[in-house]
Design a protein around this ligand. Sequence first.
Ligand code: FAD
Length: 310
Amino acid sequence: MNSAIDLIVMGGGIAGVSAAMYAKRAGLKAVIFEPGVIGGQLLFMENVDNFPGVAMGTKGRDFALRLEQTLRDFEIKVNREAIREIRLQKNGVEVVGNDSAYAASGLIVATGASFKKLGLNNEERLLGRGVSYCAICDGFFFKNKDVAVVGGGNSAVEEALYLANLCRKVTLIHRKSSLRALDYLQEEIRTLPNVEIIFNSTIKEIKGGDFLEQIVIENVTEGRTQTLRCNGMFIAIGVSPNTELLKNIVSADENGFITTNEEMKTSCDYIWSCGDCRKRPLRQLITAASEGAIAAVSAYKHIKGHYISS
Ligand SMILES: Cc1cc2nc3c(=O)[nH]c(=O)nc-3n(C[C@H](O)[C@H](O)[C@H](O)COP(=O)(O)OP(=O)(O)OC[C@H]3O[C@@H](n4cnc5c(N)ncnc54)[C@H](O)[C@@H]3O)c2cc1C
């Protein structure tokens, strides 16, 4: 077991990178655990247009590369294992990666969130074969084809706008009678001639052999169904937190988002949380970054205090 770590940061999205950077600058020995690409959800983002100091039109993946550079600049170790188990110890935590266990005085959970699924038959089987959760990642494959987008919030409308530039026709399907997206997005989508919006409707069935062929749409107010032929279906119905491992360890809300105080401290003495896995009013890059910084400083105070008193 490796016990020479002050702080483990679980997740290498912007919240985790920011936490690790502040921890390192404070003098803590911090290690990030990240099995995927540094940057997390940044990889799904076309442009980063709302981060002060970052030029409009900066690609999400370029921003992600800069985060990786930050880790190199600060000589922060990245462990490429996914954390699979978290155990509370007398004076800290122990996490289990692929094969080994690692002990630390504190843990910052920055595991972000994943796309919500519809939970329908064929959704998993046709993933990457017509079904997608990310227009920026997969939209290109549907150039001049017909696609559907499911959802009515900002993400769904942004996906539909992006796809309308590429595809022959985009059908936006929303279960409510009006969109939830910001006004300017709604105005923009309504001006596009190749976008149709179907309200009060849900997806009842996904059909296809090797690839998606049709979806069955049900009007929830009238109970009638219609079949839509499409090559792609982009599901944009929100995200759920990656907090399964924390169940029964820290407090969370009814949707699994970790609850903390304003210093990002959870209900457990050795665990902090920041970013999209945490219950917060605004899930954006800038709030994730700032919460990472707060979590690290809060953890630093606790860990140093703990060292002094022991
Ligand atoms: C399509 C899209 C567009 C967006 N557009 C914008 C925008 O324009 N502006 C904006 O400000 N925000 C935008 N957002 C939101 C923004 O991306 C997020 O709020 C932010 O990236 C959250 O960062 P995070 O570090 O909390 O989580 P994430 O970026 O989700 O990172 C979490 C990381 O934790 C890792 N992880 C998970 N489980 C484990 C484990 N068990 N062990 C180790 N690591 C683990 C994951 O692999 C991941 O890399 C957008 C999001 C999406 C999906």
